[in-house]
Design a binder for this molecule. Structure first.
Ligand code: KIV
Ligand code: ZN
Length: 512
């Protein structure tokens, strides 16, 4: 165990630092499912929770410790006998248990949080580690708010921690205040001055308050850290922790610079990120590095042209290494001729210049009302259907019937005839979509459904986006309105119209 070893241990704290932040609470069963996913991803340590914080946390740490056998399972404790005892009981039966004890060391925390002197802090740390070592061999010690602690005092605390039996020394930037140069220098200082530094693992735990968590963790590695604490999608207190997927891919893509590697199976990163989003109901932003929808999507004509010639022009990693099927050349307002022609060719249509110009012009017109031109749209345009036909909403109303909601819809069909239907559902959306399905005769399971508000005050509008997958094809629809339910109905009909058109296209193709 020393810094010349280039393996970086990945300590995932999504289930502790991540789960304790607002909006990310998970049930016990969800935590177990996610812990299995983390183990399959190849993390070295899963911090499963803080057992003394609640009986539910205790039980989930206990269940994870028994269910997940190939990964070290850590549990968090203050330097209190009760906390450490709860960790030991929760970890009972674990294949590789770790107790993670912490105490604040910075002057601010000593004065306002702990009301302790430096000596008392060291004494508590020594007591906590000694007690934890009675239960397990693997003890991590964290100096909370380490980055704002006097460096010489931090050395003193860590000296006491090593002497008491800590095997990992964690240096949290608890409030995300550090800069990369400073944190690199701090790790170098600690590695040079802590007695027994070569026999322990130094660990970085960076928060993202200034958006520097990943950069700081990488700098800590340059300074000698051999464990990084991070979370999937960067969830965690306030602005979050360092994002595991970003750290791991930085180490992989820039391996020549960092000369360090991890045991992460990177092809599982996307699935793990999506599992967390499904569990918590919180999606990552579209332009999130590595796992955001735009991470490997290109819309501008110049970029698409470059990608078609050589993908290295605009991509520094292979999307498949993360679990994406491929890069995406998104056809939209900014796309160029080369990408449209390329997509049409992939769909089996080699058009002469004049016809290609017509289809491109029609596709650009379509982008005035929708963000993206999908395959079904292109096929329709090639067939000369310009998309102004289809089901449209004429009127709708919802009645709350206590336990259920009843939705009435009046639609205009592709031949401009009126169709009325109603249906009941558990709530307004279920009732509305059931009525639309009855009226149109189209039914599908939603793969995603999101509503966002756009603008504020009197100009505010709701935008609904939904998608479904049928036979390997994704159909997405969008609707906007002042009323989010109406926006949802428009988006639902947008999908239904695309499904109907593509089925009509397939029938035409089958007879051709
Ligand atoms: O941010 C922090 O300091 C922590 C410690 C408990 C490790 O999460
Ligand atoms: Zn933290």
């Amino acid at each position: 165990m020393n810094a010349s070893n280039n393996h970086i241990r990945i300590f995932d704290t999504s289930l502790r630092d991540g789960e304790q932040s607002p909006g990310f609470t998970m049930s016990g069963a969800q935590k177990i499912a996610f812990a299995h996913a983390l183990a399959e991803l190849g993390v070295d340590v899963i911090e499963a929770g803080f057992p003394c914080s609640s009986p539910a946390d205790f039980h989930s740490v206990h269940s994870i410790a028994r269910a997940v056998r190939d990964t070290t399972i850590a549990a968090l404790a203050r330097c209190h006998p009760g906390d450490i005892d709860a960790c030991a009981r929760a970890l009972d039966g674990a294949a590789a248990p770790r107790i993670h004890v912490f105490i604040s060391t910075s002057p601010l925390h000593r004065q306002f949080k702990l009301n302790m002197t430096r000596e008392q802090v060291i004494e508590h740390a020594r007591m906590g580690i000694t007690l934890a070592r009675k239960h397990v061999d693997d003890v991590e010690f964290s100096a909370e708010d380490a980055f704002r602690t006097e460096p010489d005092f931090l050395v003193e605390v860590f000296n006491a921690a090593v002497a008491a039996g800590a095997t990992t020394l964690n240096v949290p930037d608890t409030v995300g205040y550090a800069t990369p140069d400073e944190i690199r220098a701090l790790f170098r200082h600690l590695r040079a001055h802590v007695q027994g530094a070569d026999d322990v693992v130094f660990s970085a735990h960076c928060h993202n308050d200034l958006g520097l968590a990943v950069a700081n963790s990488l700098a800590a590695i340059e300074g000698g850290a051999r464990q990084v604490e991070c979370t999937i999608n960067g969830i965690g207190e306030r602005a979050g922790n360092a994002a595991l997927e970003e750290l791991v891919m930085a180490l992989k893509v820039r391996g020549g610079w960092y000369n360090a590697d991890t045991g992460i199976h990177t092809q599982k990163l996307l699935d793990t990120s999506r599992l967390l989003s499904r569990i918590t109901g919180i999606q990552v932003q579209r332009n999130k590095a590595i796992v955001g929808l735009n991470a490997f999507a290109h819309e501008s004509g110049i970029h698409q042209h470059g990608m078609l010639k050589n993908r290295d022009t605009y991509e520094i990693m292979r999307p498949q290494d993360i679990g994406w099927p491929d890069s995406q050349l998104v056809l939209g307002r900014h796309s160029g001729r080369a990408a449209m022609a390329n997509r049409l060719r992939a769909l089996g249509h080699v058009l002469d210049d004049a016809r290609l110009d017509q289809v491109i012009a029609a596709a650009k017109t379509l982008t005035h009302t929708q963000h993206v031109v999908g395959d079904a749209d292109l096929l329709r345009l090639v067939a000369g259907d310009h998309g102004d036909s289809g089901w449209r909403i004429a009127a709708m109303s919802l009645i709350d019937e206590g336990q259920h909601t009843r939705a009435h819809v009046e639609l205009s069909d592709p031949d401009n005839r009126r169709v009325k239907q109603d249906a009941r559902g558990d709530g307004p959306i279920a009732a509305l979509f059931a009525a639309l399905a009855r009226a149109t005769g189209v039914d599908f399971e939603l793969e995603s459904y999101e509503v966002h508000s756009m603008g504020i005050g009197r100009d505010a509008r709701g935008e609904a986006n939904l998608s479904t997958r049928i036979g390997g094809d994704t159909y997405s629809g969008q609707g906007t309105s002042r009323d989010v339910l109406e926006a949802s109905a428009i988006a639902w009909l947008d999908v239904a119209n695309r499904v109907l058109r593509s089925h009509a296209m397939q029938r035409v193709a089958a007879f051709a």
